[in-house]
Design a protein around this ligand. Structure first.
Ligand code: GLN
Length: 543
């Protein structure tokens, strides 16, 4: 039977629980165990799909089309295990399902309550689909003490009781702040947080203490004493130079050894060759390139989390450092002369995914700059759509636009109303609900033989990539766009939906309707990012 590791956070949010879970999973994997990580989010949205990236960072999409928390991206990047629908649950989804059952009469007259109905639903979710796994790591969003998190902590308490302490391990991630006036690290917030957790019936087994300064032995013992854990189970977690250094760092601090000791398990030392290679590539680059990302949510790096990481991976593949300049597309709408000033120093220009009209003209202007100046250009989702709108305007189709931005006489990009999926024909209208109704998840694309993109994918003619969009490039504009040099080199298997466009007369100009950044891993950089960074490196030698 799979063993469970429950990860909660205390004192403050943003302690990096997701990275911690991903790193521990990677370490257990490196010792030969089969792992899966799940995220439990206490908020009332059914999923993060309808939340602004400014609220919650990027929405991470799985192969099976779930719109999930960005921590699932870390899980995949660190373990290579593809996440799915069943790996992220929110209070909203739990309540939606319970209320639907109640309306159907499934509770046979019972009063429906937080305990047992909500807690049972949380437990069922934790226990589902665990075949041949050694460890399930369950990360709980929020901070211990939050009202909305209480049913989740209660579910942990019950699960530990039912499964037995030896089958489960509770890890609490806390902060040990440094008070400069006193020149000391303070353990009191950790003590309070553990007391809160214990009062809810969950005694942690391991404490992971985030701190900016090394934790002196005395403080470690004090935390152990007051929090009722072994001193060895108080693991200091200092800030790391890169997120990819975290598994190695936690291993040095003894995290995986302590977790195995808790379970009474013997295991070979972890094979960390993969992580050592990643860090070597990251820390010893042989050159550098600068990529301009022209987008809308540039004020919050988490809004483009996977994109940021995929660019770093592309750098690792080429052994170069990638400097990312986040550029607000709107500034190009105010002052055209800014475009050259901002974009000339860039070795590559990337227009990422996004929603809504704001900044769209600035993105289109960036595409034009990249096309005319022959700077490597990578358009992702909305970025590909903008490349097509720009291409249409370049061949004289005046007023070319997307119906996402309002009515237009030249809908080069329009709403998708029908498409084929594995589940059959999908139909949507302009007035459908916004939540969970986009073209979501993995879809196949067929690549034209001898196209640039097929060579990037090592000669493949069929690929599968993840999607998240409501609009698509309008096939009716294929002829004029292709005459203007923008070739449709990837299509959906039924030949109806444009998936990839490219310019053969340009050193590197590719637009993709999907999100390749979601599948990139540090140990397996996505080919499109590896190739784009290679082109940028070439460009850096020209300028
Ligand atoms: N807003 C566009 C659409 O819905 C692009 C979406 C995206 O970039 N993910 O089609």
């Amino acid at each position: 039977m799979a063993r469970y590791i429950f990860i909660t956070g205390g004192v403050v949010s943003s302690l990096g629980k997701g990275l911690m879970a991903a790193s521990l999973a990677a370490l257990l994997q490196a010792r030969g165990f089969k792992v899966r990580i799940r995220k439990f989010d206490p908020y009332l949205n059914v999923d993060p799909g309808t939340m602004s990236p400014y609220q919650h960072g990027e929405v991470y999409v799985t192969d099976d089309g779930a719109e999930t928390d960005l921590d699932l991206g870390h899980y995949e990047r660190f373990t290579g295990v593809s996440a799915h629908q069943g790996d992220n649950i929110t209070s909203g989804r739990v309540y939606r399902d319970i209320i639907a059952k109640e309306r159907r009469g499934d509770y046979l007259g019972a009063t429906v309550q937080v305990i047992p109905h909500v807690t049972d639903a949380i437990k069922e979710f934790a226990l589902a689909d665990t075949d041949d796994l050694d460890f399930i790591l369950c990360e709980f969003g929020g901070t211990v003490g939050d009202i909305e998190g209480l049913p989740f902590i209660e579910a942990i308490r019950q699960l530990r009781n039912e499964m037995g302490r030896e089958q489960t391990c509770a890890i609490h991630v806390t902060l040990v702040p440094y008070v400069s006036a006193a020149g000391e690290l303070k353990t009191k917030p950790t003590q309070h947080s553990v007391r809160e957790l214990t009062s809810l019936g969950v005694q942690p087994d391991v404490l992971l203490c985030r701190c900016e300064h090394p934790l002196p032995e005395g403080e470690r013992r004090k935390i152990a004493l007051f929090c009722n854990v072994r001193p060895e189970a108080v693991i200091p977690a200092l800030d790391a130079s890169s997120i990819y250094a975290v598994p190695l760092q936690y291993h040095r601090e003894g995290l995986d050894a302590e977790v195995l000791r808790h379970f009474g398990l013997e295991a070979p030392s972890p094979n960390l060759a993969r992580w050592n290679d990643i860090i070597d590539r990251y820390q010893n680059p042989e050159g550098e390139v600068t990529i301009g990302v022209v987008g809308k949510y540039v004020g919050l790096p988490d809004a483009y989390k996977s994109l940021n990481e995929a660019l770093v991976h592309g750098g690792m593949a080429n052994r170069v450092k990638v400097n990312i300049r986040w550029i607000d597309a709107e500034i190009f709408e105010q002052d055209e002369s800014d475009i050259a000033a901002q974009l000339e120093p860039m070795h590559g220009i990337l227009v990422p995914g996004g929603f809504g009209v704001r900044g769209s003209e600035g993105k289109i202007a960036s595409v034009r700059f990249a096309r005319e100046r022959k700077v490597p250009f990578f358009g992702i989702c909305l970025g590909m759509q903008m490349a097509c709108v720009e291409g249409a305007r370049a061949v004289g189709i005046e007023g070319a636009s997307s119906t996402e931005f309002g009515e237009t006489k030249e809908p080069v990009v329009g709403i998708i109303t029908e498409w084929m999926s594995k589940e059959g024909l999908q139909k949507r209208g302009a007035d459908t609900d916004l939540g969970g109704t986009m073209r979501l998840g993995a879809y196949e694309a067929r690549l034209a033989a001898n196209s640039h993109v097929s060579s990037v994918y090592s000669g493949a003619t069929a690929i599968s990539e993840r999607h998240r969009h409501r609009y698509e490039v309008n096939g009716a504009y294929k002829d004029p766009l292709e005459k203007g040099g923008l070739i449709f080199s990837g299509m959906s298997p039924d030949g109806l939906l444009p998936e990839i466009v490219e310019r053969p007369d340009h050193p590197w100009f590719i637009g993709v309707q999907f999100h390749p950044e979601l599948k990139s891993k540090p140990f397996d950089p996505h080919p499109l990012f590896a190739s784009f960074i290679q082109a940028a490196l070439h460009q850096s030698r020209l300028v």
